[in-house]
Write a protein that binds this ligand. Structure first.
Ligand code: 8YV
Length: 332
């Protein structure tokens, strides 16, 4: 009998078909978002879950489903998974790094540019029929080329954004990270390490790419926003909760900073109501990794992880991108 797995959301049919070669698959072609109780009920008897950022896998889910052996996220971020709880139960967790790095960096750069050059705001103005004449200061924004790009969180995506800024747009790149990068990587990205305070004070365009954790909760709040230039922009493509959205909306409304671009939100898909009323913010629905080819690469990698984690395929027992590889070690 094939092991049973749950594919928690609608995904590419060819990936579901591949999973069916190994597993008895319960999929979700109607793309229902399960409540905690529904998720627990659907996981009954399942050994694996193909998850997305929308499913919270915590102690309640794990204890109700002791047969679960693998939690495979179709996302690089995994703040939806209680990894220590999984590890304690010997449940392997995996994510999808690398395959989305360049796509997500493209989007971060695009969102930063749209924010600095007021693309969404001016497009809405045009669609409303308000464009009657040229004016010297109509939708004047701030330059990207030659400006200082500040990056908070210098992992793979942060580095890819730094390269675009330094090599493509002649930007001065500064970054802050938990740990400083190797000199060779700094040199290749043409990025200089600074303190968080220096980052906030000096950046013309601040891009947030730091993973969410209790330590990064509200890393940017009222105190941090007050340290930024009044002409600065802020772009968040990391996770809701890294930025205090209420404080940001207030900063945008009062001109404490010039503009913001947000792809992620606290409590998404809900958006803080104040953010919806301020004009100087570009809002997108968590689509930084959304290209056809990258979403397929993410789904394929999550499927490869699930297949290997449950002991099938060419790398049986060795999922390509585990988050808690310690659970894979054979017992001494
Ligand atoms: C996903 C993401 O689209 O990979 C991540 O961490 O934020 C996005 O690429 C989202 O998490 C859905 O799983």
């Amino acid at each position: 009998m094939k092991p049973a797995v749950l594919v928690a959301r609608a995904i590419q049919p060819e990936v579901v078909a591949r999973l069916r070669n190994h597993f008895d698959v319960e999929d979700n072609p109607n793309d229902q978002v399960f409540s905690k109780d529904e998720l627990i009920a659907r996981l009954k008897g399942k050994q694996g879950i193909f998850a997305t950022g929308s499913e919270r896998i915590d102690e309640a889910v794990l204890s109700a489903n002791p047969e679960l052996r693998a939690v495979c996220n179709m996302a690089v971020g995994y703040n939806n998974i209680d990894v220590p709880a999984c590890t304690a139960r010997g449940v392997v967790c995996t994510n999808t790094p690398d395959v989305l790095t360049e796509t997500t960096a493209d989007f971060g750069f695009a969102l930063m540019m749209a924010t600095a050059r007021r693309i969404a705001e001016s497009e809405h103005f045009l669609r409303r029929g308000e464009w009657k004449k040229w004016s010297f200061d109509m939708f004047t924004g701030s330059d990207i080329h030659g400006a200082t790009l500040g990056i908070l969180g210098m992992g793979r995506i942060g580095q890819a954004i730094a390269r675009r800024g330094a090599h493509g747009f002649g930007m001065r790149v500064i970054y802050h990270n938990r740990s400083r990068l190797d000199a060779a990587i700094e040199q290749e990205c043409r990025a200089s390490y600074v303190s968080k305070h220096e980052l906030l004070q000096q950046a013309d365009h601040l891009v947030i790419v730091v993973p969410y954790s209790p330590a990064s909760h509200h890393a940017i709040g009222a105190v941090e926003l007050a340290q930024m230039k009044r002409t600065a922009t802020l772009t968040n493509i990391a996770r809701g909760g890294v930025v205090d959205d209420a404080a940001l909306a207030q900063a945008l409304a009062t001109g404490l900073i010039a503009a913001a671009g947000l792809d992620v939100f606290e409590g998404e898909p809900a958006v803080h109501p104040h953010l919806l009323t301020v004009p100087n913010v570009v809002l997108t629905p968590h689509i930084a990794s959304a290209t056809v080819s990258t979403r397929l690469a993410m789904a394929d990698l999550a499927a490869d992880n699930l297949i290997a984690a449950l002991g099938f395929g060419p790398s049986a027992g060795k999922p390509p991108t585990p988050i808690n590889p310690e659970v894979l070690r054979p017992a001494p």
